[in-house]
Unconditional design. Structure first.
Length: 133
């Protein structure tokens, strides 16, 4: 089975530490995800690629009870607010063992999203942070 990325350029893993890759505008400071060539806030092309922090806060979520092509129900998706001030839409895993609450700590992981006949599709998910201080 071949491992393939859900979409190239969304994330990287350095020494086992995953990070989403975004852009930061040198003109207005806006942080964007995914990487952009022009700032959506001020239209400047003065952007640099940055690694976004792995931990965030659950902003909102919903559990889906209708099957999709790759995800049997129920599955959960939501918005995670990162310290950089940006919100990331993501599948959320681990909620069956750890009930979700708005405002709870979440952490980024790189995992298999789905498998088909020939490929293991790899992407990012967030999970609740439980039991850490």
């Amino acid at each position: 089975m071949t491992k393939v990325l859900f979409q190239k350029g969304l994330f990287e893993e350095t020494q086992g530490e995953p990070a989403l890759i975004g852009s930061k505008c040198g003109s207005c400071g806006q942080v964007l995800f995914p990487v952009k060539s022009v700032c959506l806030n001020c239209m400047s092309a003065d952007l640099e690629s940055i690694r976004l922090r792995r931990d965030g806060i659950l902003y909102t979520y919903t559990t889906v009870y209708m099957a999709s092509e790759h995800f049997p129900p129920p599955y959960t998706v939501g918005w995670i607010e990162l310290p950089e001030g940006i919100r990331i839409f993501s599948q959320i895993r681990g909620w069956q063992e750890n009930p979700l609450k708005i405002g709870m700590d979440m952490r980024l992981y790189i995992e298999t999203l789905w498998r088909d006949e020939d490929n293991e599709v790899i992407g990012y998910v967030f999970k609740p942070v439980i039991g850490e201080t």
